[in-house]
Every structure is written in C-alpha cells, then in structure tokens.
Design a protein around this ligand. Structure first.
Ligand code: URA
Length: 434
C-alpha cells in the first residue's frame, strides 16, 4: 500500500477500506508517514468528506492506537461531556463538578486550544500547579476518590488523535465533520465511559457554521457511540457570540468560579446546567431528565459544585485558593479598551474574530509548538441584544506583550456589529440529537 495512492483516491472522492484507513492511522502514529503526507491526506478528507463507515473505521483505529482505560474497578456509571469547540466555552469546568457533586462518575479527557477555540486543558493549566498529565493509575484513583478527574491525551490514550489534532490545527483541516467526529469519539471511547453528553457548537465561533452540518456531525458521533454500546446524547448549541463574557485561560477560570457560585453570566449558567443535567440523567443518578435538572440546580445553589471543583483542583496539585483570590492566577500586564463607535444595539459579536484575536495575543496557538500565555484574553462588557451609547466600552483586551496588540484590537473592533434596531432573540440550545 502506498500513502500517495490513498491520498489520491481520497482526493478523488473514493471510499477507502477499513484496512486502508488502518494503514494511514498506524503509519502516521508510528512516524513512518511524514507530516506533509498526513497533512495532504487530511486536506483530501476535508474536501471529499468521509462516509459513516469510513469515519467509524477512522475512529476505531485511532482508539486502538492507544490503550482503553479500564475503569471497571471503579463502581458507578461513568459519564463524560465533550464540546466540539467554541469561544469562551468553559462549560466543562462547570458541568463536570456539578454532575460529580450530584453523584455521577466523571472521567474527563480533554483537549487543548485548537484554531480560534479554547481548550479545557489549557484553562486548567492556568491554575498554578494543576497537573493534567496524570498517569492512567492516578486518573483512575482520583476518579474513585473524587468522582471527577481531568486528564489530557497522552502517549497511552488515543495517541493518533494527539498527533493528528496538532497537525490539523496548523494545516487548516480542523473544520471537517469526519475529522472532528473521529477525533472526539476516539478519545471518548478510550476513556472507559458508559455515557456521553456532546455539545455540538454551530455558528461563527464554531468549526461548523451551518446547522445542517452540525446535525450531521451530531448524528455521526451519536451513531459511533451507540454502536460502541454507549448512551450518547448531543445538544446543538449556538456559538454566534462567545459564551459568557471571558475569553482566555485564566480569565475563564475566574468566570467558572463566579458561575459555580451562582453569580455567572446567564447563557453560560443555563447551558452548563443543562449539560450537567444530561450527564446526571445519562449517569442514571435520576429517573427523569426533569429530576436531573432540579438536582443540577440544587448542586449549583448549595455550592457543592463549587466545593467539588476546589477538591479536584487540590487533588491534581493545583492551588484551589485561586477560585477565591483571582490575584493568585496569572495576570496580564496591560489592558486595552475597545469602545463603541456609535449608539445603537449590539446585533452580533463575531465569535470567530474574538477567538482569533485572543489567539493572536497568546491565548491559543499559531503553531503546534507555541506556548499558550495563560494570563491574556478578552473580557466582553456587552452581549448581543444590549443597547449601547457611543463611547461605551465594548470589551477589554488583556495582554502581556504588545507586538500583535494593534492587529488583535482591529479584529476585535470588527467583531462588534451595531444596529439601530434590536436584533431578534436567538435560541441558545437549538436541537437535541439522540
Ligand atoms: N475537539 C476535539 O477533540 N477534536 C476536534 O477535532 C475538534 C474539537
């Protein structure tokens, strides 16, 4: 089998066999296919797509590239949640502690910032001392002790995804339904989970821009999960403006802290509660979804989700005091205000532009070897639908280096759309699949 022939056939829209897909995944993971050929293959998939059969074969081979964590020694139904990626999307850090506080077992393997979107691992690592590189034994033990453990992909878990994910990030091959589905599902099936809640983002700040494509992605992932005997549900949710007000790693941890203390933004609180409720329900802690919603709400109001997050931060070596003392988090050295050019209504905040601006000043990565600056980011002062006066502050850009600040500020200015009439309300949760 020659890699170049497989690239050509995929480029020309042919369906590859299970063996051919296995060859590509195995060879790339072993290092016998160079990055330039893999990048070319990924681009061919981006343009030609994959059938359900190919996407499932890709997922299963990526899963088999590493070990499947055996969590059978940990009692209870294990349930996780994963997002396809958004801007300001910190729901994992809220929904997971709420679900764990309600009695669900939550083993969570997360990703890093990708393209213009943030990553749960980078957010967690902005907490001084927090270790995401747990061994599988430590992960299992922490799950047993605290009902919640966070970990990143390692050489042991879905290594094919770790390599492909980093390459896709810098070769403009993220926005592919089959590649997103296989990336997410290979990691999730490697976790030894029983149930999974997916948040499929759609809109300007998501990788998938159209609802019809988001639906296909959701159906593909739910199908792959179900055929692997998992209970899976997907929410399709709006990502046309950033979620909450904070974008950037440490800034988002601050907003997580506020939200877990029931003082967070309405959209973020609402979606986190719904995701937590579905985790609780799929984790069979309650008989009905309505009971699960009530329980999630109670865990928010009585502070037990907040307490759970602190417990887990400490268990993973982090300084949990940061949730009360934001000065202990990495702090930016400068702030630049972006002001409103004219009075009116905010009719849109382009989440992709905001995400790209945040990446530009260091909140994400331009190349796969870049380091993320945990302190930097953007805090919005307004949300879509709000009435604003001329010269009102729209947002603040927090930076530590100013070399790309001007460029980033221009992107941020372009992100805000001002209209003379109020925009129509948009639904946050658009559809449920599964
Ligand atoms: N999240 C992932 O884990 N993989 C993707 O490809 C996109 C979002």
């Amino acid at each position: 089998m020659r890699t170049v022939d497989l690239i050509r056939r995929k480029r020309d829209g042919e369906e590859l066999s299970i063996e051919e897909i296995a060859f590509i995944v195995d060879s790339y993971t072993r290092g016998t296919i160079p990055d330039y050929q893999m990048a070319s293959f990924l681009m061919a998939v981006y343009f030609a797509g994959m059938s359900d059969k190919e996407a499932e074969a890709l997922t299963l081979r990526m899963l088999e590239s590493g070990e499947t964590i055996d969590l059978s020694s940990v009692s209870g139904i294990k349930v996780d949640k994963h997002s396809t990626g958004g801007v300001g999307d910190k729901t994992s850090l809220i929904a997971a502690p709420l679900a764990a506080a309600a009695g669900a077992m939550v083993p969570m393997i997360s990703g890093r910032a990708l393209g213009h979107t943030g990553g749960t691992l980078d957010k967690l690592e902005s907490i001084p001392g927090f270790r995401t590189n747990l061994t599988v034994d430590e992960f299992r033990e922490n799950l047993r002790m605290y009902s919640l453990a966070f970990m990143g992909q390692s050489e042991q878990v879905a290594p094919a995804d770790a390599k492909m994910y980093a390459l896709r990030d810098v070769t403009a091959t993220i926005e592919s339904i089959a590649l997103v589905a296989s990336s997410i599902m290979s990691k999730k099936l490697a976790e030894g989970i029983d149930s999974l809640v997916l948040d499929v983002k759609v809109g300007s700040g998501a990788f998938i821009k159209r609802q019809v494509d988001a639906r296909r992605l959701a159906q593909m992932m739910v199908g792959i999960g179900r055929r692997a005997d998992k209970r899976v549900q997907a929410l399709i949710t709006d990502m046309n403006q950033p979620l909450g007000y904070a974008i950037g790693n440490a800034l988002e941890v601050m907003e997580v802290s506020q939200t877990l203390q029931n003082a967070g933004p309405t959209d973020l609180t609402r979606l986190s509660l719904e995701l937590a409720a579905r985790m609780i329900y799929l984790g069979r802690i309650t008989m009905t979804l309505d009971d699960a919603r009530e329980l999630a709400q109670r865990k928010l109001l009585d502070g037990s989700g907040y307490k759970k997050f602190k417990e887990v931060i400490t268990a993973q070596g982090g300084n949990a005091q940061v949730l009360d003392r934001f000065d202990l988090l990495p702090n930016a050295t400068g702030a630049r205000e972006i002001v409103c050019p004219r009075p009116g209504y905010i009719s849109g905040i382009d989440a992709e532009l905001i995400g790209r601006a945040a990446t530009m000043i260091g909140a994400g990565r331009d190349t796969k070897d870049d380091h993320v600056d945990p302190a930097v980011g953007i805090i919005l002062e307004v949300k879509t639908g709000q009435k604003v006066d001329a010269d009102a502050v729209l947002c603040r850009v927090y930076y530590t280096k100013d070399d790309r600040l001007e460029e980033a500020a221009e992107l941020v200015e372009d992100a805000f759309r001002i209209s003379s009439a109020p925009p129509e309300d948009r639904e946050l949760i658009l559809e449920v699949v599964g």
